[in-house]
Design a protein around this ligand. Structure first.
Ligand code: HEC
Ligand code: HEC
Length: 303
């Protein structure tokens, strides 16, 4: 009996310890989450929304590439894109304006909670395969425009597919700890004033692929110094100002518009999608701002 009781005590104490850790992490996160939504201060009157601007925000942010299953002729924004990772396969959900299967019934507040704080309407955490850590800096205006554009999308009645993960989906409950570790308390709207830095670090989430991830999928150092294990295990090149020394501003703008490098090679894999569904649509001033930030000394190898 005694060893069993001892084992029971150990398991019991571990469970209490884990619960306490989850609770502490969530308390800490919720303070930062409140400050993010407060900074955005969701008020329809404050942010007159514009659907055309919203589409550009979606283009800059990669929403379309990740939520449209172009490979299998899936409907626009109806999800179904398979994202392979070391944790299994994430399958992007339907984000059309469909009331049943998409986000048609969501309020602006629910939407902001998802994009800025990575929380579902019921308060549980999203997996960070959805790059909300970078979106945490997005401005209230961008959120309002994006919401208006998505709500104007064609509703598609296709149910989202469950992820195919190696870890049980209930492990989401532990993501509060992940967020406390990686979604820096400093990531909030208003952090980046300069347009190029805002786009690169925020909505365009370039670091999600161009920075090294650690074993639990965190990006401890957001410098764009390359990633040996990018999406589908592919190598992602470094794009710091040092690495891009041979690229002119025009080379970078051209690459983000057309996908052709100064050597005349065409971009492949995930970058081709980033360009085709995203940066190719951005106004020239935005592309110039991105290029200027990439070439600036601020975009260096290490922090
Ligand atoms: C790298 C791929 C990727 C990108 C880029 C991306 N998402 Fe997602 N998104 C996902 C995945 C995967 C999930 C599911 C996360 C989960 O189940 O925990 C998701 C979930 C969502 C949800 C929650 C839907 C629901 O039914 O609960 C919304 C809303 C959403 N994304 C909107 C967007 C918007 C808007 C953008 C652009 C600003 C965007 N996503 C960019 C992959 C992506
Ligand atoms: C979904 C992952 C992903 C995202 C997000 C992403 N990239 Fe890339 N990027 C890649 C991959 C993969 C390559 C290599 C492409 C190839 O081999 O043709 C690449 C290549 C590049 C190159 C060419 C570098 C070289 O030396 O040839 C530049 C420049 C670049 N990306 C800039 C950006 C910028 C700026 C952003 C943000 C706006 C960004 N990327 C976002 C995956 C991504």
């Amino acid at each position: 009996m005694a060893p069993r009781r001892a084992l029971f005590s150990v398991v019991f104490l571990l469970a209490i310890g884990a619960a306490l850790l989850f609770w502490l992490a969530d308390t800490r996160n919720s303070q930062h989450e409140k400050s993010r939504t407060a900074a955005v201060s969701l008020n329809d009157a404050l942010f007159a929304a514009d659907t055309d601007r919203g589409e550009l925000v979606a283009r800059a942010s990669g929403c379309i590439a990740c939520h449209t299953n172009t490979e299998n002729a899936g409907s626009f924004l109806a999800g179904g894109v398979r994202l392979e990772s070391t944790f299994g396969t994430f399958i992007s959900p339907n984000i059309t304006s469909d009331v049943e299967d998409g986000i048609g019934a969501w309020s602006l507040e629910m939407f902001a909670q998802a994009i800025l704080n990575g929380r579902r309407p019921d308060g549980s955490h999203y997996w960070p395969a959805f790059p909300y850590p970078a979106y945490a800096v997005m401005s209230g205006q961008d959120i309002a425009d994006l919401y208006a554009w998505l709500q104007s999308s064609t509703p598609v009645p296709v149910a989202s597919t469950k992820h195919d993960l190696l870890i049980p989906d209930v492990a989401r409950a532990g993501l509060g700890i992940w967020k406390a570790l990686y979604v820096s308390e400093n990531y909030k709207p208003g952090l980046f004033v300069e347009r190029g830095e805002y786009l690169v670090e925020g909505p365009a989430h370039c670091a999600t692929c161009h920075a090294q991830r650690d074993i639990i999928g965190g990006v401890p150092d957001r410098r764009l110094s390359g990633n040996s294990r990018g999406p589908e295990g592919a190598q992602v090149p470094a794009i710091t100002s040092t690495e891009l020394a041979d690229w002119t501003m025009d080379d970078l703008v051209f690459y983000l518009e057309i996908g052709m490098t100064p050597e005349g090679d065409f971009s492949g894999g995930h970058m081709a999608q980033v360009i085709e569904h995203g940066t190719a649509y951005l106004p020239l001033e935005d592309l110039k701002a991105i290029a200027a930030y990439l070439k600036s000394p601020a975009n260096r190898e290490s922090l």
